[in-house]
Structures are given as C-alpha cells and as structure tokens.
Design a protein around this ligand. Structure first.
Ligand code: ASP
Length: 692
C-alpha cells in the first residue's frame, strides 16, 4: 500500500496530536495516523514503531493486513491467506451452503482440509494498496458548471476516468472515496480477491449467542468470529503482513487499536440534516423493517427450507432495526441534535467575525434550505431505497431493467453500478439470490412495500404503484419468471426489447417504476452536486473553529481508532466492568434460543474454570457499522480481539461522540483459542495459526 500526494485538510501536519487527549474521538485516516507525534502514540501504548504500521519507504505495513469484505472488516492472520472476521460477516457463505439436513448455520463448520473449504459466490475482499489525493482534479472538473446537476455529472465522469486509469493494473479495484461530502476526494487502489472460501464458523448458538436481545448490549457473551481463506490464481493468497494471534490477552487499561472500514456516520451534518436522518432514515427503518421482520418470521415458521432461505435477510433486517431503535433512543437521551444546533450556532457566530469564513455562512443557510426541501419527499426516497433490502423479486426485476438499458450505452456513459466492471459481480448476485428466495416471505414483503408506497400522495406520489392491490401481487408471483434462476440468468443477457416482449408482470412493474427511479436518481445527483459545492465551505469553518484534529465522517475507507480497554457507567448507580467470561455465558444459558449454550460447550466448561476463559471486552474505540470484524491489536501489533459491536448507549455516536459511553465490543481471541484448541480440537487450523 502506498500513500501518494496526501494533504490533510484543515489540519497542520506537524505535531498533529497536539490538543488530543488520551484516545479520544476519531476514526483516523491512515494519513492522519502517520502524522501523529510518535511520542504521543508511544505514550498511548503503541510499542512498535509507527513504521511497522506503515513504512513509507517500503510502501507497506500492518495497515495493509486490514481487509474490507465490502460491508465488514477483517484481518489476515497467516501468510497463507487466512483471515478472521465476524461470524455475522461470513454468515452469507454459511447460509449459502446450508440446507435442511446439512444445516451449517446451526452446526457450524470446520474445514479439515483445504479441499473442504466452501467458496462464497458473491464474496470478495479488498486489500489496500495505494491512496492518492485527487481533490484538486475532481474539484477542477466540477468548477464553473452551469448547474449542480452538471457539476455532479462532471465529478462522476472524472471519477470514472480516474478509476479506469487505475484499474489498468491487473487485479486492482479502484474507487474515488468522497470525504465529508466533497471536502476531499481520494483515489483508493486495492487488490481485489474474489475467491474466498469458508474455513471455520462456530455454531450459530455461539457466533450469535444472545441474538437480538443482546445485540448492541453489554454485558455480552458472543463468540462472533469466523475464518476464511483468500485465494489468488487458485492458490492461497500470501499477504506480506498479517496479525499474529497474541499469546497474552488484554486487561483493563491496556492500549488497543482498532483498524477497519467504518461505513457511514453523520457527524459532519448540520442539525437540520441530522433531524432528517432521525425522522426518515431511522424512524422509517424502525417502522418498515419491523413489519418485514414480523412477516418473514410469520411466513417461514415451522418451515426448514423457508427458515434457511430468509436467515441472512432476516439477520440484516434485525440488525438494522435494532440499530435504528438505538439511534433514536440515543439521539433523544443525549439531546444530540439539540447540542448540534448549539454547536452549529457557535460556528456561525464565530464565522461571522472571520473574513476568511464569509462563504461558510451562506453555505450553511443553503444546506439548511436543502434539508427542508428533502423532508418533503423523504418517505418516498426511503421507499425507493428500500427496494434493495426488500423483496427479491422486485430487486432483481428493477436491476434487470436497468442493466438492459445501460448495456445499450457506451461504458463511460453508464450508471456506475452497471458499468462493465460490475457485470460479473451482478451476475453472481443474480445467481446467489436464489438461495435467499422463499415465495411466501417475498410476496408478503412486496405486498407491504406496495401498500406503503401506494399511500403516498402529493409530491411523493409513485404513479407506477397507484391502484395496485394485494391480489395483483399474488398474480405477479404466480406468473413471473424473474424468481426462476435459469430464466433470470437468460434475462441477464437480454435487451430492453426482449425483456419487454416477455410481458412478465414483475418486469412490467419494474418498467413502470423505472422513469420515477431515474428522476429520483437525477434529483439525488443534483443534491449531491449542491452538497459538494457547499459542504466543504461549511466544514472548513467548523474545523478551523475546533482548532484541533478532526477526523472525517466514516465513508467505508480504512480508518484507525486509538483506544484502551475500559468499562463505563450506563446509568446512574451502575458500573459496567470491561470484560466478560465463559462463566457469564453459562449463567445466561436458559436452554432456549438465543440463550442456548451448545451441549459440548456446557460439558467443556465443566472441565475448566469458566471464569478464567475471557469472552468479550469493551474499549473506548470510535467505531460504527462496517467496523464489524475489525482486527483489534495490542501495542505490539498482535491480534487480541475482533470488534463486533457497540453498546446501546453508544449507537447514536454516529451523530455525536460522547466519551463517557463511547464503547465498542470485541470478542477476545483467548475465547477463540480455547474453543478451537480445548473444545473443537481444530488442530489443523491452530497449527496453521501458530497457536499452541
Ligand atoms: N454490530 C455492528 C454492525 O452491525 C457494529 C457496530 O455497529 O458497531 O456492523
């Protein structure tokens, strides 16, 4: 991994740690990390030289061992391509290979040999290779355009050109990451590995112990880990850097570092924008996803095949639903939006006195005006977005219709998601969908979406769904072929005319929706163009006002958080200690899902001092969704844990950081070693990991 031409916006490069206390808020970019004062890092607890994390002369280091699964994070743990991440991150492969009679979800999986490893059809990981600041080039492309839509299109064209140039290198996957709405643009070049095979997964009762009741909660007793191997050209991929599993564990007060790919946070938003997120993104998720969860459970109850088919979808919906509840509760309890309003006002008052910040005031006003405009169509926008996590039939139908239209264009003119570089992955997804399709569940979800969408009026009206009924939905499922794998794969290669000629009712619904989806996409682009023009002005003032290093919002790029193992006070009169043990897991055992400890663990626990087997631990790392599976390393660069969650009081940290409750939850590698060595006797795996 190389870092070329980095500029730190709004930060002075020298003595970057000045003004920072212990740990503290910040999902730091690798570049920010490298500019921290080495003495400060040492004082935090980093024992290896920073050059071990990243050696500028060689252009690589431990940071390059942190991989993205495109939604989760992971870390290489051997030179033979093995990487560890969370059980919930590899759950898709586990589900893909499960069926009634061979239920890997319930039983878990251990590959005894390389031949037994299980490939994931849509699974891919990226290994970071090079970061290049391209802000000047991208902003120059947007400058002087007649409208925000034109500017946005110019940015997209520039991004496509940069990516095309970058991907000339074989095996490389590139993207232009946008930081804080356009404050900075970075070309990220990664090695893409598409042959990923499952090596180990614990039974769900361990990997997901505590289920939804314990999700985003402490005290926690979940063994949320799983392992896969990356292959390149049919052979195990050999990373130069990996995280050896630590021989010793962690204790309260110890230094840890969390490296990963946090997905999306909202801290750079104004209070008006935050209120939109609260009311529409999270408010509606709570409502709509809550109903979908109920429908999926109801329609698959007592049906083994249906239960397996919807397992991964249900898990994601449940997680997003619980997360939404946590965001709403945290925003209210922490008065986060009210505090943001006060912070915005303070910057406005300050900027009014700074000649250099004059533009920031106008930008803030315009961002607020745009936020008000967006509220008027926010429910419709949510429902359009919800096509993705919703019913398989509508998702694939809209995707097929879009693909056919885009294929007819020149590649550089295509919607970025449908460019040729995406086709292979799209096709794999089309194939993979079948394993998650269960008609009664799908039909119920689509009917619910349609009823909700049909109710919209005024400027939010969706013409394509007007007047459609539950009976229509049933008839569509009866007649459609998009839910049949072989037909769907044929459709994948068809033109718009061919698709239309099929007169397939699900495709017809997608065709009817398409103009409205296109208009929505255009409106979004226009908005993004405006934000790219306005946000940088506003953020520069915010950062100047802060007078200390400010990490950009999460955007699925590599970040590092500096932390310590630490408990917290969740509410008046209660102190949470930072570590749990196997004894606590046994104590929670009720015999009923999700608190059912498998019999073999109960037996093994009897033969050991369960209170001496550490299970999960807390630290004050600044993390979010996407950090799942992040390697948690000690001061020597050894793996002590895998991040998998945050605590309830900290879910709304996506909007605002509160050091009192900023705690992430990691599974302790000592539990992993105990389980594989003393209980499952997975000697082949441990031998390869160098664990005795
Ligand atoms: N468990 C989380 C996730 O869903 C991680 C987090 O939100 O902190 O990705």
């Amino acid at each position: 991994m190389r870092m070329a031409g980095w500029v730190l916006v709004g930060l002075c490069a020298a003595g970057l740690a000045a003004g920072l206390a212990r740990g503290e808020e910040g999902k730091w970019t690798p570049q920010q990390l490298l500019q921290f004062d080495p003495a400060w890092l040492k004082q935090q607890g980093l024992e290896v030289p920073v050059s071990r994390l990243w050696n500028p002369a060689r252009g690589t280091g431990l940071l390059a061992a942190t991989v993205s699964t495109g939604g989760c994070s992971g870390g290489f743990v051997t030179a033979t391509g093995l990487f560890l991440t969370n059980h919930h991150c590899l759950f898709g492969i586990v589900q893909e290979h499960s069926r009634p009679g061979r239920d890997l979800i319930t039983d878990g999986f251990v590959a005894q040999t390389r031949e037994q490893e299980l490939p994931g059809k849509t699974m891919r990981i990226t290994v970071p290779h090079r970061f290049t600041d391209v802000t000047t080039a991208v902003q120059a492309a947007a400058a002087g355009r007649a409208s925000d839509l034109e500017a946005s299109k110019a940015v997209e064209a520039k991004q496509k050109a940069l990516v095309a140039e970058c991907e000339k290198a074989p095996g490389m996957r590139c993207n232009v990451a946008v930081f804080d709405g356009g404050l900075q643009y970075v070309l990220v070049e990664s090695l893409e590995l598409t042959d990923i095979r499952l090596v180990y997964a614990p039974p769900r009762a361990i990997g997901e112990f505590g289920g939804e009741p314990d999700n985003f909660r402490w005290p926690r007793h979940t063994g949320d880990f799983a392992m896969a191997r990356a292959y390149k050209d049919g052979k195990p991929y050999q990373p130069e850097f990996y995280f050896p599993i630590a021989g010793t564990g962690v204790k309260a007060g110890d230094f840890v570092m969390v490296m990963g790919y946090p997905g999306r946070t909202m801290r750079s938003m104004t209070s008006a924008e935050m209120a939109n997120e609260r009311d529409y993104r999270f408010g509606l998720r709570g409502e709509v996803y809550g109903e979908w969860i109920r429908l999926l459970e109801e329609t698959t109850k007592g049906n083994a095949q249906g239960t397996i088919a919807v397992a991964a979808t249900l898990k994601t919906l449940n997680n997003n639903h619980t997360n939404a509840q946590g965001q709403l509760a945290g925003l209210a309890r922490g008065h986060i939006i009210e505090k943001q309003k006060a912070a915005d006002d303070a910057v406005v008052a300050w900027a009014a006195k700074q000649a250099a910040s004059a533009k920031a005031l106008g930008a803030k006003q315009e961002l607020d005006r745009l936020a008000a405009e967006r509220r008027a169509v926010a429910t419709r926008d949510f429902l359009f977005q919800a096509i993705r996590p919703g019913a398989v039939a509508l998702r694939v139908a809209t995707s097929l219709v879009r693909l056919a239209a885009e294929r007819a264009k020149a590649d550089a003119e295509r919607d970025p998601e449908y460019m040729e570089r995406q086709w292979k992955a799209l096709r794999n997804t089309m194939e993979r969908e079948q394993q998650s399709f269960f008609r009664p569940a799908d039909e119920a979800m689509l009917a619910h979406w349609l009823a909700r969408a049909g109710k919209l009026g005024g400027g939010e009206r969706i013409a394509a769904v007007a007047g459609k009924s539950r009976a229509d939905v049933a008839a569509w499922y009866e007649a459609t072929k998009v839910t049949e794998l072989a037909e769907r794969l044929k459709m994948f290669d068809e033109t718009t005319e061919q698709l239309r000629a099929r007169k397939d009712p699900m495709l017809e619904l997608a065709f009817a929706l398409e103009p409205e989806l296109r208009q929505w996409q255009k409106d979004t682009q226009t908005y993004d163009g405006a934000v790219a023009r306005l946000r940088p002005e506003w953020r520069r003032a915010v950062i100047a006002h802060a007078g200390k290093p400010v990490a950009p919002d999460a955007n699925s790029t590599l970040r590092v958080s500096i932390a310590h193992v630490k408990g917290y006070v969740p509410r008046d009169g209660v102190v949470y200690t930072p570590q749990t043990t196997l004894a606590g897991m046994i104590e929670k055992h009720t015999g009923e899902d999700p608190f059912e400890v498998p019999g073999f663990i109960l037996e093994a626990a009897k033969k050991t001092s369960a209170e001496k087997v550490p299970l999960d631990f807390l630290s004050d790392a600044d993390t979010t969704g996407g950090n799942s599976g992040s390697p948690v390393i000690n001061g020597r660069g050894e793996l002590v844990g895998l991040n998998f969650d945050r605590v309830w009081e900290n879910v709304a940290n996506d909007f605002g950081y509160n050091p009192d409750v900023a705690r992430n939850v990691s599974v302790d590698m000592r539990f992993f070693v105990w389980l594989l060595r003393d209980v499952q006797h997975a000697d082949n795996i441990l031998g390869e990991l160098g664990v005795r």
